[in-house]
Ligand binder design. Sequence first.
Ligand SMILES: *Cc1c(COP(=O)(O)O)cnc(C)c1O
Length: 413
Amino acid sequence: MRLRKENRMTVRTGITGYVGQEKKYLIGTYSRLPIAFVKGKGLYLWDSRGRRYLDFTAGLGVAGLGHSHPAVVEAVQRQAARLLHMSNYFYMPGQIKLAEALSRHSFGGKCFFANSGTEAVEGAIKLARKYGRRFLGGDSHEIIAAKRGFHGRTLGSLAASGQPEKQRDFGPLPKGFRHVSLNRLDELKGAFSAKTCAVLLETVQGEGGVYPCERRYLQGVEALCKERGALLILDEVQTGMGRTGHLFSYQNYDVSPDVITLAKGLGNGVPIGAIIATEAVAQAMEAGDHGSTFGGGPLACAAGLATLDALLSDGVLENCVKVGDYFKRELKSLKGKSDLVAEVRGLGLMLGLELKSPLAAGIVEQMLAEGIVINNIGQKTLRFLPPLTVGQADVAEVIEALEKVLGRAAKGD
Ligand SMILES: *Cc1c(COP(=O)(O)O)cnc(C)c1O
């Protein structure tokens, strides 16, 4: 009934209606593209006019299994009918199941559940500070993070992010963060002090422009953290849940972090965030130290468990590696064909193409006109985060469209 009413409104007002209503009723924190998607299935999205699009953003790295994946939908429907919510005052069977599975497939740690990426990072910051004060002594509370890094929009995560332009008007921010250039071990070494309790990094910087950590760098960071007693926290909110070809991105690097944070892909569209911490680190926290009304609720955990099961059982990770390699090669081959392409970066199905000119937003709009959804970071980088189930033929379709659009852009139209 409700859906039909919405459709009627869409027909009457169309996208221009949404633009006006959005301006009237929503705080203007987003600059939106002039499309309203109302349906999704697998790799495809449909807009309010019924036009179909190939989605190479997956709701920004969320729907790793594709939109409205049947196993996740079924798990959510079943759990919603049984029990939607329960408070953490009681034992939560679904939460325990998901924690056990995440622990078994990572480094054998313990979990805390939140509702988003920024919340997972907030929890990790608190955990690191508590660990520092209890086990490292002195006043160990400082966290070293990376310039260009992104960890979320709430105040702690924002302070941890190395993006001054996002912080500017929102001070005072929590203190105790230092920022260093990525992939420069000497700089990191110089930033350590007696107060350092942790290093916080993304294995591949996402919102910062798709910049991977180099293997030797991350291994060096791990060794340095061990030597100084500091925790290695990897923010896998974007890189986790198979995005880079392993379930967790740190597994590409042969390192073993003390803490990781997860969110985007964990519920395949249902909001859920998580921290996994080694047993030794987890014991820093005591009852009452942290909590969340909704975190680890039955619905989100059912979605998380169904997502994890499907990711591990259907050859999805193998597909991500294979198609990711193909995609990267094809993007690199565009470099030979278009003068506009500066560089191709990324890991697995988290890829970025840097342009020589600030044309990225226009290219995203032209790709939409071709029926393909991609994303841009600033005016110079195109980002690709397709569902991990994408095939080579889908990639070929995107490459062909991109070549056409880049060709037009080079001619200035
Ligand atoms: C998206 C992202 C976040 C923030 O996640 P939200 O769910 O939007 O709060 C944090 N860290 C990384 C690495 C991200 O990519």
